[in-house]
Design a protein. Structure first.
Length: 93
C-alpha cells in the first residue's frame, strides 16, 4: 500500500541516498510522481550535481539517473538541516 510522504521527507531520502551513492542505475518513472518532482526540485535548487533528468523519455515516462550525482554544498547544508531536529520544538512531557 502506498504511503504518502511530505516533500521534505522525500527530499531527505533522496539527498541521503545520493550522499551514500545508493543509486546504481537510472529509473523510468511517472513524471507526475512525487519522486520525479522532488528530484527535479532538488536539481533546480542546486542541491545535486550530475543528476540527469529527462521529462520526455517516452510518451508516459520520465527518466532519472542519479548514478553519478553528488551533493553540492547547498545539498549538504539542506541534508544537514533536514536531519537536525528543530530546536524550537519542545520535548513531550
Amino acid at each position: 500500500m502506498a504511503h504518502n510522504v511530505s516533500q521534505d521527507e522525500e527530499l531527505l531520502g533522496i539527498l541521503s541516498d545520493v550522499s551514500t551513492h545508493r543509486f546504481h542505475q537510472g529509473r523510468q518513472v511517472n513524471p507526475n510522481s512525487m519522486l520525479y518532482k522532488t528530484v527535479e526540485f532538488a536539481n533546480q535548487e542546486g542541491y545535486l550535481v550530475g543528476a540527469k533528468l529527462d521529462a520526455n523519455y517516452s510518451h508516459s515516462l520520465a527518466s532519472i539517473d542519479l548514478t553519478k550525482a553528488t551533493l553540492s554544498e547547498a545539498g549538504v547544508a539542506k541534508l544537514q538541516a533536514l536531519t537536525t531536529p528543530d530546536e524550537t520544538e519542545t520535548p513531550e512531557s
